[in-house]
Design a protein around this ligand. Sequence first.
Ligand SMILES: Cc1cc2nc3c(=O)[nH]c(=O)nc-3n(C[C@H](O)[C@H](O)[C@H](O)COP(=O)(O)O)c2cc1C
Length: 192
Amino acid sequence: MNTAKKILVLLGSPRKKGNSTTLAKQIVQGAESAGAEVETVYLNGLNIKPCQGCYACKKKDSKGCVVDDDMQSLYPKITASDAMVIATPVYWFNMTAQTKIFMDRCFGLFDASFTVNPLYKKQIAIAMSYGDTDPFNSGCVNALRSFQDAFRYVGARIAGMVYGSAEEPGEISSNAVLMQQAEDLGKKLGRV
Ligand SMILES: Cc1cc2nc3c(=O)[nH]c(=O)nc-3n(C[C@H](O)[C@H](O)[C@H](O)COP(=O)(O)O)c2cc1C
């Protein structure tokens, strides 16, 4: 029987070699070293429309979200995963629009009573980068708080958060302490 942990990584930066992606890759390295199976999704490359607020996902006998776009292929991956890693830079004192649209569309995972709740007890890791030197002034803390509130609300478990300051793509890899924290978080997620 395959008992490897399944980890879904959502990249919320448009920069493919950016800092949040660098952190996410380090988490992946740790997770794979612990035996996990990892799939990475570059959100910016997908056609994911904002939630339309139609509540079709909450109607009786609903089959979920009715917006016909690339989120439909992500819903089963989210459900099948044991853990999700969400990586995003700070844009205007919060997560990127790509990440926020993904979060909003996760509303379609639940029925009205949250009896159907694929995020319940799912492990979540957050990786963030920002240009300011301070996590509060940068707005990073706002985004972390948004993730905490959302995942607490649905009963998911935040396994850890790694975040740091950097500007140029990949510059964050010179922060050895942070890179180690990211790898350790990955190992924690990957352990069966
Ligand atoms: C549109 C835009 C908005 C930004 N807003 C902020 C901000 O509010 N606070 C901050 O500290 N850095 C801000 N930054 C800087 C990025 O967060 C920083 O460069 C980050 O490391 C980029 O991560 P990435 O390489 O993963 O894309 C912004 C950058 C852009 C392009």
